[in-house]
Design a protein around this ligand. Sequence first.
Ligand code: AMP
Length: 531
Amino acid sequence: MLDGFVPWPVEFASRYRSLGYWRGETLDAALRRYGSAFGDSAAVVDSDRSWTYSELDAEVDHYAAGLHALGIRPRDRVVVQLPNRGEFIAVMYALLRVGAIPVFALPAHRAAEITHFVDSTDAVAYVTADVIDGFDHRELARAVRGQTGNLRHVIIFGDAAEFIPLDSLRQQPIEHPTADPSDVAILLLSGGTTGLPKFVARTHDDWAYSGRAVAAACSYDATTRHMVCLPLGHNWTLTHGLLATFDVGGTLILAESPDPGITFDLIERHRVTDTGLVPGVALVWVELAPGGSADLSSLRRVVIGGSKLPLELARRVEPALGCQLHQAFGMAEGLCGFQDSDEDLETRLHAQGRPVSPDDELLIVDHYGNPVPAGEIGELLTRGPYTVRGYFRGGVHNRTSFTDNGFYRTGDLVRLLPNGQVVFEGRVKDQINRGGEKIAAEEVENHLLAHPAVRDAALIGVPDEILGERSCAVLVPHGAAPEQPEIARFLTERGIAAYKIPDLIRIADTLPRTAIGKVDKKKLRQEEVTR
Ligand code: AMP
């Protein structure tokens, strides 16, 4: 087992195996199987080209040979930050074929985050593209290289400058030893509430099962044509998009942006049947689809999740897009829930989904950890065949984020409906959900406190019609108060992703405190809402 991974207790592991959830097949072996089972069917279509299942499998062999030649070995960690292109998928599977572990970063991450990912996972290589969304990632690679000691290789998709061109890794295939399916396959970033993001280690067995369970929950079959238009390096897009679609031999269409100017055309051209959106993107689609000329009639389902879908927006989805609205929820730590086509409209409008495995255990507890009466709101705790038992190298955090008997404390306030659907009602954890992008308040507060004019800082979420929440920094200055553009400049220079930069700045003389001296964020939020 990879050092730092928290395994399931033996009795649970045997149960999950005997029930057929864990099949003892690596993700890379599954791709090999798809290569022969679905051979000539289209596996991936991106803005440039397409790959059949057998072409993809062969492509992965070439890249795996090049990665091996570079010295990438089993269990080596490799940070992957690529756009939604076929190369993302080829690199992911090539790393798995070598036995190495992809660590997924999002295109929005900058030097502070990538350096942390490299350092905290001891990554030996970093794979990114020359330019993503107008930002030069070679500059980013130079900054990361200057700040971290471990990184041996930087591999660039596109114009590589002084780095290793991804293309040069396409070499003559070789044999690779098979990895242990119960060992760690990938590292996902947790949404997180602590100073620095933590990593979620998912095994071949558990992650593959979640993909299969999602495919079943969404009734996928070989006619499924799923478009991924949110970043691929996220558990939701990877399981609901890639793993579930490949499991049934469907086709994955990759869009580099959710912008209707790009996606509506792709839906029409590739007869897309399924896609996943966050509420902010859904709003733009709902506004633009009715007046547009694109033919969206191939869409069967649009799945919306990542943050709470406002009811008024939910009601507009089906009339505007002409397909079924399904809500979903999920977390990098594992648990996810979807809806099926038989669900009545009221449920699909009001609830966020039903867990995909019969062995997902859900407890809804009060402040003291006691189960709440049926139907009441409490914090969701969960364990099951694809929910981790601890963070990778989680240390003390594992004691607070997981119970003694292995339940993950999600920090989500939910209510369970009699039909098994989960309704999300809010959060107990200190995290802002900005349109699906999670911001750990503490991480940003630490950066704010580094500003010479900031004496104290608190980051809170305030309601926003489009994003669900926007971030607001309440600052206690030393002297002259810094304004938003100055804070934005300072945080950008510190190399943090743009979505973490506070949308609003408020200035205060002091921060309100609770009885035990914590910053009273509830009060700050109330003040902000009633302004
Ligand atoms: P991540 O690990 O980035 O996928 O974030 C997981 C968190 O996103 C969950 O713990 C929830 O707080 C939030 N989340 C995901 N889906 C939904 C949804 N449909 N409604 C409300 N919150 C959601």
